[in-house]
Design a protein around this ligand. Structure first.
Ligand code: ZN
Length: 160
């Protein structure tokens, strides 16, 4: 393959913008553990995780097998506090068809008190530039059932 120099006028000539559409509607079986988690969120406003007796890790969303030591976590439910801290975040500034809300908004990693794994969720904290690492937050549950993680509507900053 030969290499050639491209000047700017040629580059513009060959710089195409390709319009495309991609929609991938899908469904999946949440399984017994995922279904119990969602029902507890939706019906009881409870956030359930699972705790591994063997290594002490607490997972949310709950999972059937410990990712660290492979112990069975099927009946190791624990109720987690609806509070936690922000361990990472980004500001969503573009619009996509399946986003949960219109941009701009903050999508944060939130480590709930008592959990060892973070969850990603919407953070409302007074504006996209107000999010901070380590910010204390609490869950705000949805008024209408979503049958998903969006049964937590969002997290909001806890004013201390
Ligand atoms: Zn374990």
């Amino acid at each position: 393959m030969s290499q050639r120099n491209v000047n700017m006028s040629e580059e513009k000539e060959y710089a195409f913008v390709i319009e495309g559409k991609m929609a991938l509607p899908y469904q999946y079986y949440a399984g017994a553990i995922g279904s119990k988690f969602i029902c507890a969120l939706r019906d009881e406003k409870k956030i359930l995780g699972v705790r591994c007796d063997a290594c002490g890790m607490t997972f949310i969303p709950p999972r059937q097998t410990c990712e660290r030591c492979f112990a069975d976590l099927t009946e190791k439910w624990v109720e987690l506090e609806p509070t936690g801290i922000v361990t990472g975040f980004t500001v969503i500034r573009y619009r996509e068809p399946y986003q949960p809300k219109d941009p701009p908004y903050v999508l944060a990693l939130i480590q709930l008190d008592g959990a060892d794994t973070p969850i990603a969720h919407i953070l409302e904290c007074g504006g996209p530039n107000e999010a901070k690492m380590g910010m204390k937050v609490k869950a705000v549950f949805a008024d209408t059932p979503a049958n998903s993680m969006l049964d937590i509507s969002h997290f909001e900053a806890v004013r201390l």
